[in-house]
Design a protein around this ligand. Sequence first.
Ligand code: PRP
Length: 185
Amino acid sequence: MGLRDDVSKILISEEELQARVEELAQEINATYTDADRPLLVCVLKGGFMFLADLTRHLDMRHEIDFMEVSSYGAGTVSTGVVRILLDLECNIEGRHVLIVEDIVDSGRTLDYITRNLSTRRPASMRVCTLLSKPSRREINVPLDFVGFEVPDEFVMGYGLDFAEEYRNLPFIGVLKEEVYQGVVE
Ligand code: PRP
């Protein structure tokens, strides 16, 4: 039994993902210039694959940095508690910041990150998320670039995990119920 046997269905195929990531990159290319030299802030761990594909399609000069926050533990439901596990290396004062997320669910993580980063006085701050689950939103956070809106299903793959696995799958899939039953609080 491999990881793919735990997938009940493919929600967004590898081809659809790649095409949409390229479109998002074109939108971002139209937003910033070389002179802006934006800083892409990848939110780990989930954002790593999206950032890697996105950055390859960007034309303007830019830099990348990483931040890791944690709110979920091994379960699937946000506790609302956000902790910074890894902070940025860069000083973002006066910089054009583009936050790169894999998914916005309740919005709590992003709300925390945007409030935290805005105290550091960036020149501008925008958000690019591959996925958004609007039906689960508890805090409304403005999103500038959104890849796909997804239904309230247990999605994983392309950076998104369940209990730290499945991140390597090249598509967005839905996990079989029996896989997470008994693990989720
Ligand atoms: C996921 C995801 C977002 C957050 C979204 O991260 O990457 O950062 O949850 O949920 P929210 O909108 O309800 O706050 P997670 O804490 O699972 O960490 P990971 O990226 O390391 O898997």
